[in-house]
Design a protein around this ligand. Structure first.
Ligand code: G4P
Length: 547
């Protein structure tokens, strides 16, 4: 049902219907996906080739150059450079085949997985890149598990076939057993490494011949129709019998592609190729357009929201500072869930129950910041954030719609913070508050002391925070080990019970996080277990959603 509280001036049946039609067609042509992979599998390279197809960039090397250009511009990014990892994740929008594609980059390093997890709450499908020489790696497993929480459809790309790789059948087996998802091979490799000849398309019965080279988007590969084509015997007298045998085996042993199983996140179509040679990349982009869904409905606390509803709504899934050192600002990334966003419109920040007028909004069109004029469900817009937006915040044209499913994860590592210069205490608090809101680290204030405790899902986060405190807030902080081993957010329906809990000896372990939620900081697994046993009516949460 479409609520009828349209802005004044637009009331009236005819413009309303036209509006609804426009929104429906804009939603239908959108695809929003993230790329997941273990570091070095080829995510950056692949991203660049995808942008190349769209005409968003003209020449290969642009994204890489941007990646390294960014390193030079801010000191804390030095950490990223040193470790060769991508700390920041970003958004790129481009058009291809009359579709609008929103590509969300996810940091691959495990220490930033919390940020990555939340990015995955904002996508409708995912592209999994696997280094075919290495197979399924640790970070891929974690990320895939996050996708599975929301049954996100996944397309798989087996990359680097121009190198010596593992046996393709073995790779499929590994994906099926380790990631617990059915594989439906769509293309099949002919050879590998120096003798990589191309791929056979199992659905189209054609062979695409491999030639190295990657610079241009319009590069086309020669296609030979039919496995029985006599030209194949001429060209590949050595390989043809082996290929026929393999194809027969694959047809017999693997699952045929099933669109419903893919959309339910139970089956992944698998493509083989080489990102650096731009080979097999167009096929995965087409698969995402043809098979993956446009933006779907989203759950909010009061009801679910259809992407085609007229009023605008969306949620913040990520906050990032210093995207562009020239601007020195913080940007809240908002996923549009319904309606149309227009620059200059007034929207309601629901947690604060406050109207804001958004006049400068950014999106990231492949390589530069541009003003967004309008955005639809599936699009990501960047709102300038002066410190009052938090991850999980929802926005609408007035209806109280708190979107759900944007998690914070209980940290596994803890540090207490000390500063060298006590006069800087205010800056320290401000810095940690802001970094906490960004999700760079979690900040806990124990109720019984003036200490500050930091929590992270990976220890590298502490280094980033220390470096950013120094560079952005002028605070020289020292992080020290603590006796804390885990944290759980606590809640209880019975307010009196909660008050008793707070007053008991367990209360000494309580702290507030940056958003003011109560958390129990346990000194050991045994300590946590005993407390839980002693207070059965108190719930201990390993994740929390928006407060
Ligand atoms: P990431 O973002 O997932 O971390 O991976 P990235 O694209 O940076 O690729 C990691 C390395 O793998 C890069 O090499 C890249 O050139 C290489 N690579 C990506 N795709 C292919 C492919 O299809 N075949 C081969 N052979 N290599 C590929 P590097 O030496 O680390 O960086 P660079 O010096 O080439 O930039």
């Amino acid at each position: 049902s479409i609520p009828d509280d349209l802005p004044a001036g637009e009331a009236g049946a005819a413009p309303r219907a036209a509006n609804a039609e426009l929104i429906a067609s804009e939603v239908a042509r959108r695809r929003t996906f993230g790329i997941i992979s273990h570091p070095d599998a080829g995510k950056t390279t692949l991203t660049e080739k995808l942008l190349l197809f769209s005409g968003a960039i003209q020449l290969a090397g642009t994204v890489k150059a941007r990646k390294s250009g960014r390193h030079a511009t801010s000191d804390w990014m030095e950490i990223e450079k040193q470790r060769g990892i991508s700390v920041a994740s970003s958004v790129m929008q481009f058009e291809y085949r009359d579709h609008v594609i929103n590509l969300l980059d996810t940091p691959g390093h495990q220490d930033f997985s919390e940020d990555t997890y939340r990015v995955l709450t904002a996508v409708d499908s995912a592209l999994m890149v696997i280094d075919a020489a290495k197979g399924v790696e640790a970070q891929t497993i974690k990320l895939l598990n996050v996708c599975r929480m929301r049954n996100t459809p996944i397309v798989t790309f087996m990359n680097k076939m121009d190198r010596e790789t593992r046996d393709p059948l073995e790779l499929l087996d590994e994906v099926e057993s380790v990631l617990d998802i059915q594989c439906a091979p769509i293309t099949w490799p002919i050879g590998m490494g120096k003798s990589f000849r191309g791929v056979y398309h199992l659905l189209r019965d054609e062979i695409m011949l491999f030639t190295p080279g990657s610079e241009r988007a319009d590069q086309t590969f020669e296609v030979i129709q039919g496995l029985d084509n006599p030209r194949l015997v001429e060209m590949f007298p050595q390989e043809i019998d082996q290929l026929k045998m393999e194809v027969e085996l694959v047809h017999g042993a693997s699952h045929p592609f099933d669109l419903d199983a893919f959309l339910a996140g139970r089956q992944t179509p698998v493509f083989f190729g080489s990102a650096i040679n731009n080979f097999g990349v167009r096929e995965i982009l087409n698969a995402l357009l043809d098979w993956a869904q446009p933006p779907r409905e989203r759950d909010a606390t009061v009801r679910s929201v259809q992407p085609t509803e007229l009023p605008f709504s969306g949620f913040v899934f990520k906050i990032q500072a210093n995207m562009d050192p020239a601007h020195r600002d913080r940007i809240a990334f908002l996923r549009v869930c319904s309606g149309r966003f227009e620059r200059g419109m007034k929207i309601k920040h629901l947690r604060l129950n406050r109207d804001i007028k958004v006049s400068s909004v950014v999106t990231f069109m492949a390589s530069s910041r541009e003003q967004v004029e309008q955005a639809y469900a599936g699009d990501i817009i960047g709102l300038p954030n002066h410190g009052n937006m938090q991850i999980g915040d929802s926005f609408s044209e007035g209806e109280m719609l708190q979107f759900t499913g944007i998690p914070y994860f209980a940290p596994d590592f803890f540090r207490s913070v000390r500063i060298k210069n006590p006069l800087k205490i205010k800056q320290l608090h401000k810095g940690l508050q802001q970094l906490g809101e960004e999700g760079a680290v979690q900040v806990f204030k124990p109720v019984n002391s003036s200490d500050l405790i930091l929590g992270a899902v990976g220890v590298l986060q502490f280094e980033v925070v220390a470096s950013r405190l120094m560079n952005e807030y002028g605070v020289d902080a020292v992080f020290e080990g603590t006796s804390i081993s885990s944290a759980r957010w606590v809640s209880c329906e019975d307010k009196k019970m909660l008050a008793d809990f707070e007053k008991s000896s367990a209360g000494h372990h309580l702290a507030h996080d940056a958003a003011g939620n109560l958390a129990y900081l346990a000194t050991s697994g045994v300590n946590l277990k005993l407390t839980q046993e002693r207070w059965p009516k108190i719930t201990f949460h390993a994740t929390r959603e928006h407060s």
